[in-house]
Design a protein around this ligand. Structure first.
Ligand code: UDP
Ligand code: GLC
Ligand code: MN
Length: 323
């Protein structure tokens, strides 16, 4: 239907590249819906031009900021106040229904069926499953809802400083009222779940339709060698399963970088692709830690997912327990 759309948001260059990959992944899986990107006014001209080649509509919006440093500090994400900007999606009233998707999500198969769901449908948040995660949600644009949401922000603020807190307190019957509004987790699989419930990931992970690179470390925090198909980066707090990261980088380097190169022309730009990097995740392994230090880091939520605490190592350990 022409009046249905997938919508994303990027207020800066990095998230804009995420949005490009997301848009390409939707196109590659033959979506019949429109694609809309909301962008902040500071996203550069070449980036906006590339977005226009992938999306049907690129709309510049004011950046809304919660400015709520106390709550954001609690999440250790001082950067997420601007996610209030997401609320602008309710103003897209030339569509009857839409799916919002964070710019750090990647589509692995056609998900047009999501538009059969009603507002507000979303998947549980892996950190607190009675809340929904606002990285993927179905909504119905409406100026009235938009006004009410803004009023809600003014009166109650956000318990996490970002949009997810506001949306969960606004749509506060999500957890209990209607199970059809609970999207299966495969529509918003965050890698965190892989490490917190590995057997479930082994059982169901193969059905994933959308992966969400939730957390501080994003795919673009790494660098990639397209020839060797290797990812590396000095990032310790890795959040993604290497296979999904590789999917993201493969799509970015093959389908997005050429468009960026065309738009930037002679102007220099940093694609994140570098040739001749050595062993994957080499730097991410970091200095060797004692097992006590590793345990402490793990308990602080800083597991070395790309190194010692990698998926394969955890699996090996679990297999020995199961035997
Ligand atoms: N976002 C943005 N600029 C920012 C931070 C966030 O455009 O500086 C948008 C982007 O679409 C992003 C979403 O808001 O995917 C939510 O932020 P993020 O994905 O970083 O949060 P997380 O899912 O890691 O909690
Ligand atoms: C989350 C969601 C993200 C949201 C952020 C701030 O963890 O994944 O989409 O913007 O919280 O509320
Ligand atoms: Mn996200």
């Amino acid at each position: 239907m022409a009046d249905q759309a997938f919508v994303t948001l990027a207020t800066n260059e990095s998230y804009a590249r995420g949005a490009m990959v997301l848009g390409k992944s939707l196109r590659n899986h033959n979506t019949t819906k429109k694609l809309v990107a909301l962008v902040g006014p500071h996203v550069s001209e070449p980036c906006q031009s590339v977005l226009k080649r992938i999306f049907d509509e690129v709309r510049v919006v004011d950046v809304l900021d919660s400015g709520d440093t106390a709550h954001l500090a609690m999440m250790k994400r001082p950067d997420l106040g601007v996610t209030f900007t997401k609320l602008h999606c309710w103003t897209l009233t030339h569509y009857s229904k839409c799916v919002f998707m964070d710019a750090d999500t990647l589509v692995l198969s056609n998900i047009d069926e999501l538009l059969e769901r009603e507002e507000l449908s979303a998947a549980p948040d892996p950190g607190w499953p009675d809340c929904f995660n606002s990285g993927v949600f179905v909504f119905s644009p409406s100026n009235e809802t938009y006004a009410k949401l803004l009023q809600h922000c003014t009166e109650h603020g956000s318990f996490d400083g970002g949009d997810q807190g506001v949306l969960n307190s606004f749509f506060n019957t999500w957890a209990t009222a209607d199970i059809s509004k609970h999207l299966p987790f495969i529509y918003n699989l965050s890698s965190i779940a892989i490490y917190t419930y590995l057997p479930a990931f082994k059982q169901y992970g193969g059905n994933a339709k959308v992966v969400h690179f939730l957390g501080k470390t994003k795919p673009w925090s790494y660098t990639f060698d397209p020839k060797a198909k290797q990812i590396s980066g000095s990032v310790h707090e890795a959040t993604a399963h290497p296979t999904f990261l590789l999917d993201w980088w493969t799509l970015y380097s093959s389908a997005v970088v050429p468009l960026l190169q065309e738009q930037y022309g002679d102007q220099p730009f940093h694609s994140g692709c570098v040739e001749g990097e050595s062993s994957p995740f080499a730097e991410a392994l970091g200095p060797q830690l004692s097992s006590e230090e590793r345990k402490q880091k793990w308990e602080q939520g800083q597991a070395d997912y790309m190194g010692m605490d990698s998926f394969d190592n955890i699996k090996r350990k679990l297999d020995t327990f199961l035997k």
